[in-house]
Design a protein around this ligand. Structure first.
Ligand code: PMP
Length: 402
C-alpha cells in the first residue's frame, strides 16, 4: 500500500508538545487532503441548491450530488444508484428502516433479531418501534471472545422473525461477524436483513449483492469523509414499497391539501435540502480509498492490528477485550486496577489519542462484566510506530497509575 500518512493534514501536528498519535479512527477517521480539497472546490465553485434550479450552479451541484450517489453505489457493489439514500449517518439510516419499514411491517407476534454486540444506534430504534408495534426483540449472544453463537441464532429464527439487524464489525470488540452466512439463514425464514456497516465499510470491500442483505447503513466520518453525511443502501424495489418517514420538499410527486403523492426512492427518503458538500466529500473519500486500494488498506490494517495485539499483550496486567479469530482494526483493553478514563487522560498528555468508555455498546460490555474499556483503533494511515508509541505511553502511564 502507498504511504498515505502525509495526505492527512491533521496528523501533522503536535498535541501537548508531542507528535500526535491518533488511535481513535473507529470513532471518526481523519480526512484526507483529497476530501478536504473536493469539499472546498465544491463550496468555492459549484455550490447551489440541488434538483430545483435551471441555472448553471444548481445544475452543477445536482450533477455533483448525483455523481456522488453513483460513486457510493459502485463502492457498495450496488448496480443501481437508486438504492443509495443519503442520510446524516448510520444512526439515521437505521432509524429510517425502523420508522418506515418497521412501523409498516411489524406487529404483535412479530420478532426482530439483534445481536448482543450492537451499538446503541441499532438497539434503541428497535426498542422504540417494538414498543409501538408490539413486536418482540430477540438477542443473539456472544462468547467470551466476542464470537456470536450461531446455534442460538438458528434456534431464534422462525417464521415470526421479520427482520435481522446486525452489526458487520463490532466497534467495541472488533469482531467481524459472518453476516453473509447470517443473512442467508435469515432469508430462509423470509426475514429481511439490515447490516450496520459503520465499521464494516472501513475494513474491507463491501458488496451488498454478495452479502445478500436488504439494507446496509454506514457513516462518512468513519471512512475519511466529513461528519453529517452517511448512506442507507436498500434494495430499490423494497425502498419503493416503504412509506416516507420525513415529509417535506424534494420527496413528493405532487402536493395538495387533499392528497400528496410521493417520489420514488431515493428522493422519497431525502426530504429537504441535503448535505450536498458532505456527499461530495463522501464520494471523494470513496475514490480516495479506491485509489489506495480497498484490499490493500485491509491488508495494511490487519498487519498493524497484529503488531498492536503483540504490543498490548506484552503490557503487564493488560487484557485485550474481544479476541475473535476474525477481527478488524479495533483493540479494546482493560488493565487491572486502572480506570480507562485515567489512562486515556494520561495518554493524551503523551500525544496518544484513544477512546475510553462504553463505546455506545453497554450490553456488550455488560456481558463481559465491564462498564468501560480503553480502545485503540486503526485506519489506513495508522502505522506500527503508532502502536509502539501506545505501548510506551502505556508503560509510562501505568507506572504513575499503579
Ligand atoms: N454502529 C457502529 C458499529 C458504530 O461504530 C457507530 C459509530 N460509533 C454507529 C453505529 C453510529 O454511527 P453514527 O454516530 O455515525 O451515526
Amino acid at each position: 500500500m502507498r504511504d498515505v500518512r502525509a495526505e492527512f493534514p491533521t496528523l501533522q501536528q503536535e498535541v501537548h508538545g508531542k507528535p500526535l498519535v491518533y488511535l481513535d479512527s473507529a470513532a471518526s477517521t481523519q480526512q484526507a487532503q483529497a476530501v478536504l480539497d473536493a469539499v472546498a472546490a465544491y463550496g468555492s465553485r459549484d455550490h447551489a441548491n440541488v434538483h430545483r434550479g435551471v441555472h448553471t450552479l444548481s445544475q452543477r451541484a445536482t450533477q455533483a450530488f448525483e455523481d456522488a450517489r453513483a460513486d457510493v453505489a459502485r463502492f457498495l457493489g450496488a448496480s443501481d444508484p437508486r438504492g443509495v439514500v443519503f442520510t446524516r449517518g448510520t444512526t439515521e439510516g437505521i432509524n429510517l428502516v425502523a420508522w418506515s419499514w418497521g412501523m409498516a411491517n411489524l406487529g404483535p407476534g412479530d420478532a426482530v433479531v439483534l445481536t448482543e454486540m450492537e451499538h446503541h444506534s441499532n438497539i434503541v430504534p428497535w426498542q422504540l418501534v417494538a414498543e409501538r408495534t408490539g413486536a418482540e426483540l430477540r438477542v443473539v449472544p456472544f462468547d467470551e471472545r466476542g464470537v456470536l453463537d450461531l446455534d442460538v441464532y438458528a434456534q431464534q429464527l422462525d417464521v415470526r422473525v421479520k427482520l435481522v439487524s446486525m452489526v458487520h464489525v463490532s466497534n467495541a470488540l472488533g469482531t467481524i461477524n459472518p453476516v453473509k452466512e447470517m443473512a442467508a439463514m435469515a432469508r430462509e425464514v423470509g426475514a429481511r436483513v439490515l447490516i450496520d456497516g459503520a465499521q464494516g465499510v472501513v475494513h474491507g470491500a463491501v458488496d451488498v449483492a454478495d452479502l445478500g442483505c436488504d439494507f446496509y447503513a454506514f457513516s462518512g466520518h468513519k471512512i475519511y469523509a466529513p461528519t453529517g453525511i452517511g448512506v442507507l443502501w436498500g434494495r430499490p424495489e423494497l425502498l419503493d414499497t416503504m412509506p416516507p418517514w420525513h415529509g417535506g420538499g424534494e420527496m413528493i410527486r405532487e402536493v395538495s391539501f387533499e392528497q400528496t403523492t410521493y417520489a420514488d426512492a431515493p428522493a422519497r427518503f431525502e426530504a429537504g435540502t441535503p448535505n450536498i458538500g458532505g456527499a461530495v466529500g463522501l464520494a471523494a473519500a470513496v475514490r480516495w480509498m479506491e485509489s489506495v486500494g480497498i484490499d490493500a488498506i485491509a491488508a495494511h490494517e490487519a498487519e498493524v492490528l497484529a503488531h498492536g495485539t503483540a504490543v498490548l499483550e506484552a503490557v503487564d496486567g493488560l487484557r485485550i477485550v474481544g479476541t475473535a479469530p476474525d477481527k478488524a482494526g479495533v483493540l479494546s483493553f482493560v488493565v487491572d486496577g486502572v480506570h480507562p478514563q485515567d489512562l486515556g487522560t494520561l495518554l493524551d498528555r503523551y500525544g496518544v489519542a484513544v477512546r475510553t468508555g462504553h463505546h455506545c455498546a453497554q450490553p456488550a460490555l455488560r456481558r463481559l462484566g465491564l462498564t468501560a474499556t480503553t480502545r485503540a483503533s486503526i485506519a489506513a494511515y495508522t502505522t506500527a510506530a503508532d502502536l509502539d508509541a501506545l505501548g510506551s505511553g502505556l508503560e509510562r502511564a501505568l507506572r504513575l497509575l499503579r
